[in-house]
Design a protein around this ligand. Structure first.
Ligand code: LLP
Length: 436
């Protein structure tokens, strides 16, 4: 995985740093990011567009993992940024990210969030619904400011890993339906509004997708409409945003394409469709989240208790769980893991990795082949870099772990571990006692 390797002590290393030393220095659970891998992925996306001669913006979907240092790394790599809340926007601005390169998503942006984004002069609002058109227009008028916008449309294609579903009218909380006239109605509204600079269209068809078929089908539907609207409404889209969703390899069974390959195949087809419809090629924007950070992240845990259920299963518990990785409990997500102090030793037993939360569903990995181990050993779970820390929580009042970036043999703490004090920071004592 990534630049993980094995050093002379036989320990797993990430970004050239010994994971056992990391666990000792920063404690566990610990998220460790191989930042060189994130950089390579970012450059890979950009280079693919350059190779194809297509102008583009690659926006990191910061919902996958956002922190000050992460956003700074994205800025260093020259990417744009997708934010979906006031909190993600705040983090980006505090990280000094160029507001011009921020795209604001969300199906229920609040008036306060919209005002905050307008005040910050962000690059683009991805407008999701009729209420937002009115709200954004009204706040623009109050501030006498204009906004660049994309319209989020639902092209009636939903993709999940290998499957894509074609739905006449998509049952989704996001965006304007392309098929039933909603998108056209919305477009007419925004084109009339003097506060809006309408850049183009956006769609996002799903996440952890292994094939390009769904993307191409969605693009095809959007391009057909773009051609129709170019004639009927004299609307020439300057931007076509195809969202994120490129799959990654969590386990051996997963067979995603290489990140650049998704872009290459999709864009080649998009170019061809544009020519067929006699449209000039717009700027293509994408929004990868998982494919930039997913396999760059590894979680280190300390092994603790175990339980043998005769003839059934061996449970092995670690010092984290659904509080730092809710994906197995929420999506049946699967992961691979090794004992970080002896990753090369042959697996000689099968265990199921349990978390420490008070809930039977708090299982991280079922039936993991594992080598000899004892309490205190470090378990490294791979591919936890996207939607891991981002979805971490304080269930059972477990403090969120720390995050470390590792690159060229150097480790840098980028998010401190929460303390017990942090956990009660916003708690207020009972003022009115019901007892005399
Ligand atoms: N753009 C939009 C509009 C999105 O809604 C998403 C993800 C992305 C981009 C980035 O997608 P990615 O490249 O990361 O697949 N919590 C779930 C994933 C939810 C994805 C939501 N939207 C998980 O842990 O699998």
């Amino acid at each position: 995985y990534g630049t993980s390797s094995i050093n002379e002590k036989g320990h797993l290393t990430i970004g050239g740093v010994d994971t056992i030393e990391l666990a000792n220095e920063f404690g566990t659970p610990l998220y460790v990011y191989d930042t060189q891998l994130i950089r390579e992925r970012a450059r890979g996306f950009k280079e693919t567009f350059e190779k194809l001669g297509v102008s583009s913006q690659v926006a990191y979907a910061s919902k996958a993992f956002s922190s000050i240092a992460m956003i700074q790394l994205i800025a260093e790599e020259g990417l744009s940024l997708d934010v979906v809340s006031g909190g993600e926007l705040y983090t980006a601005l505090k990280a000094g990210f160029d507001p011009e390169k921020i795209h604001f998503h969300g199906n229920n942006k609040s008036p306060e969030e919209i005002a905050m984004a307008l005040d910050a002069n962000i690059g683009c609002f991805v407008v999701d619904n009729f209420y937002e058109i009115e709200l954004l227009s009204r706040i623009c008028a109050e501030k006498d400011k204009s906004a660049s916008i994309l319209l989020r449309v639902t092209p009636g294609i939903e993709a999940h890993t290998h499957d894509y579903i074609l739905t006449g009218q998509e049952d989704s909380k996001f965006g304007f339906d392309l098929q039933n006239g909603q998108a056209e109605e919305a477009l007419k509204m925004v084109l009339k509004d003097r506060y809006f600079n309408v850049l183009g269209l956006h769609c996002h068809i799903g996440s952890q997708i292994f094939e390009t078929t769904g993307f191409i089908m969605a693009a095809e539907k959007m391009i057909e409409k773009m051609a129709a609207w170019s004639t009927a409404l004299d609307f020439k889209a300057q931007v076509l945003n195809l969202g994120g969703g490129f799959g990654i390899r969590y386990t051996k069974e997963d067979e995603p394409l290489a990140p650049g390959k998704y872009v290459e195949d999709i864009i080649t087809k998009v170019k061809q469709l544009m020519t067929e419809h006699q449209l000039s090629m717009p700027e293509i924007w994408i929004e990868p989240g998982r494919s930039l950070t997913g396999d760059a992240g590894t979680t280190l845990y300390k092994i603790g208790s175990s339980k043998h259920v005769p003839d059934v299963r061996n449970y092995l518990a670690v010092d984290g769980g659904m509080s730092d990785n809710i994906r197995p409990a929420l999506y049946n997500a699967r992961y691979e893991a090794v004992i970080a102090n002896r990753p090369e030793d042959k697996a000689d037993s099968i265990v199921s990795i349990a978390g420490k939360c008070c809930e039977s569903g708090d299982m991280l990995i079922w039936d993991l082949p594992i080598t000899k181990h004892e309490p205190g050993d470090v378990l490294a779970v791979f591919c936890t870099g996207a939607y891991g820390y981002a979805m971490a929580n304080n269930y059972n009042r477990i403090p969120r772990p720390a995050v470390v970036f590792a690159e060229n043999g150097q480790a840098e703490l980028v998010i401190e571990r929460e303390s017990y004090e942090d956990l009660i920071r916003h708690d207020l004592p009972l003022k009115h006692s019901g007892v005399d």
